[in-house]
Design a protein around this ligand. Structure first.
Ligand code: ADP
Length: 637
């Protein structure tokens, strides 16, 4: 029998180091993590044994057993679940960093987490949390259905290495033995273990048992008591979602949330209901208060845990909710699905579709009520998750309207801390205003000061600020109460429809000058025209109605996408004195070098205003300096 001595993966080493040296609060969660692993292992074995009954090995009583050995100072957690092969244990407990470990380590460096250590609980720290209380951990495990007693023993003192060797084990499953640190021996006490289990693992479906000492009347001597050991189940095993709402306290709801989500914070909203009719199921769903830290990762696992008649079928059943509600956590317990459903079956199952529809409606309705009755709470929800919720506008055609009722935006006429709904926007529309105007940008300040909004400001029209990258994507083609959305930076803006004659006149006046500009800039812009959106600024660049939003273009480019160079339209402000002056110059001298230089400058200015660089920054700076000298000399006489 050889003993292999292996090295932990770097991330695991760092994680262990942290567990041992930096985490002091909530050490008792190690028990929750180990029980949760044991329970998962049992669920897995039970699920697999539905198709292969030999995996049961005639051991039909699923349970998790705690054994405290005060003399040895060890606490052992045994489960009769699926167990691990040698390869599996090397991978799971040593060489593969638990998904999210990297992020976890990175997050620990952040100020937010440093200031609030409770946030650490958000991350499933898993098995390695054992080392918060133990200086050595021994795992003996045997794969279910292996047909022999051959097992494997894993051991580590968290010193960067672990060993694995062959051993024997009678029953299937896993024993995790913690050699408790001197000052963590309280976890050998019955009352302590009871307390922790009640707090964190009461809902675990499988019994968590322990031999406890009890006094009994002696059968030998009348009147005398004797001590006996009896196995007792420490968790109530109540599926909280099946209980009556009236019998569940707020505390219980919160604890269960933490159990299913691994979040340390309280949820923002609990949704618990029973559906009857075409589909019978119970849903206990939660909207978190904070964004799950891994929600934007590729391997983020979404969806509630699916139970069928109390039997856990799978965690993260993504078929149950739409992607734009992927932040929702919880459980669904169905009475209609077969016990042996697989992911493949779920994909095209009618019952699942019905459940998905029902939950989606319920969640959107709940959010709607929150917005109406608990606005502050809704607003903090929206600031956290609005960006994800909005995806539904694009992807869930049938609920576009319901989702648009849930949208909130900052707007030009309001301060940054105020958000308005589309209904409020429409209610505030001015006489003659037909469209819902919006501007994209990266910050409220930048968008608010944008020259593109000058005409709107003058008219008193409000403009919605769309500051999320996805916004333009969503606003394109969106309608609200029959009003179309129109970008302030794309297409023609004409807010003064009445002044047609005047506009014609101006057009005529500047026709030749515009042609000159158009000709000189023909390689850079696709058109030059008079602007309806500018009041103080001389010129700006805009896209065509159907062009990609500049914000979106920047985003895609930053993601390394090959975006074809889209020429923009240069709009000039006929009310700006520079054009009067240029026009006079032009009338005097058709081919003027000065004019040519001014046209270049105008284009560069427009580039700057949209957040781009001038075509040739050095030339631009030199020209400006030269003009400044000229002007200074003139001023000095
Ligand atoms: P997580 O449980 O979040 O995946 P852990 O670090 O707690 O992370 O465990 C890593 C892996 O080790 C688990 O995914 C599982 O495959 C395996 N494992 C841990 N405990 C057990 C157990 N009692 N029985 C079987 N497998 C286990």
């Amino acid at each position: 029998m050889t003993k292999e001595n292996l090295e932990f993966k770097t991330e695991v080493k760092q994680l262990l180091d942290l567990m041992i040296h930096s985490l002091y609060s909530h050490k008792e969660i190690f028990l929750r993590e180990l029980i949760s692993n044991a329970s998962d292992a049992i669920d897995k074995a039970r699920y697999e044994s539905l198709t292969d009954s030999s995996l049961m090995e005639n051991d039909r009583e699923w349970k998790i057993k705690l054994t405290a050995d005060k003399e040895a100072g060890t606490l052992t957690l045994s489960d009769n679940g699926t167990g691990m092969t040698k390869d599996e244990i090397i991978r799971s407990l040593g060489t593969i960093a638990h998904s999210g470990t990297k992020e976890f380590l990175a997050a620990l460096q952040s100020k937010e987490v440093k200031d609030n250590p409770a946030l650490i609980g958000q991350f499933g720290v898993g098995f390695y949390s054992s080392f918060m209380v133990a200086d050595k951990v021994t795992v003996v495990t045997r794969k279910a259905g292996s047909g022999s007693k051959k097992a494997v023993k894993w051991e580590s003192s968290a010193d960067g290495r672990f060993t694995v060797e062959d051993t024997e084990k009678e029953g299937k499953g896993t024993d995790v033995t913690l050699h408790l640190k001197e000052d963590e021996r309280k976890y050998l006490e019955e009352w302590e273990l009871r307390g922790v289990i009640r707090k964190y693992s009461d809902y675990i479906e499988h019994p968590v048992v322990m031999d406890v000492e009890k006094e009994q009347d002696s059968t030998l001597k009348k009147g005398e008591k004797v001590k006996i050991k009896e196995e007792e189940t420490l968790n109530s095993r109540k599926a909280i979602w099946l209980k009556d709402k009236a019998d569940i306290s707020e505390e219980e709801y919160k604890e269960f949330y933490k159990h299913v989500s691994h979040d340390f914070m309280d949820p923002a909203k609990v949704i618990h209901y029973k559906a009857e009719g075409t589909s019978e199921f119970v849903a206990l769903l939660y909207i978190p208060s904070n964004m799950p830290f891994d929600i934007y990762y590729k391997d983020y696992k979404m969806g509630p845990t699916l139970y069928v008649k109390r039997v856990q079928i799978m965690e993260h059943c993504e078929q149950l909710i739409p992607r734009y509600l992927r932040f929702v956590k919880g459980v669904i317990d169905s009475s209609d699905l077969p016990l042996n459903v697989s992911r493949e079956i779920l994909q095209s199952n009618r019952q699942v579709e019905i459940i998905n529809k029902s939950i989606t409606k319920k969640l959107l309705d709940t959010l709607g009520e929150m917005k109406k009755n608990e606005y502050d709470r809704y607003l903090s929800f929206y600031k956290e998750f609005g960006r994800i919720l909005k995806e539904g506008i694009h992807f869930d055609f049938s609920r576009k309207e319901a989702i648009s009722e849930l949208l909130l935006f900052q707007s030009m006429n309001k301060t940054a801390d105020l958000y308005i709904s589309l209904q409020e926007y429409v209610d505030g529309m001015k006489e003659g205003q037909e469209e819902i105007y919006y501007i994209t940008g990266t910050s409220y300040e930048e968008a608010k000061n944008s020259p593109y909004l000058e005409a709107f400001k003058e008219k008193g029209y409000d403009v919605l600020m769309m500051l999320d990258e996805v916004d333009d994507f969503i606003a394109t083609g969106l309608e609200y109460k029959g009003k179309k959305f129109k970008s302030a930076v794309k297409g023609e803006i004409d807010l003064d429809k009445s002044k047609e004659a005047e506009k014609k006149e101006t057009k005529k006046k500047f026709k030749a000058l515009i042609e000159l500009i158009r000709d000189q800039l023909k390689d850079d812009v696709k058109d030059v025209r008079l602007s309806g959106r500018l009041k103080d600024t001389a010129c700006c660049l805009v896209g065509d109605e159907m062009d990609m939003d500049p914000q979106m273009e920047k985003l895609l480019k930053s993601m390394g996408q090959d975006i074809p160079q889209n020429k923009r339209i240069l709009e000039i402000n006929p009310a700006h004195p520079i054009f009067e002056a240029m026009n006079r110059l032009f009338e005097k001298e058709q081919k003027s070098v000065v004019l040519e230089e001014y046209i270049k400058l105008l284009y560069d200015q427009a580039l700057l205003l949209e957040g781009s660089k001038p075509k040739d920054p050095t030339a631009f700076a030199n020209t400006i300096s030269r003009l400044m000298v000229k002007d200074a000399e003139r001023a000095a006489g």
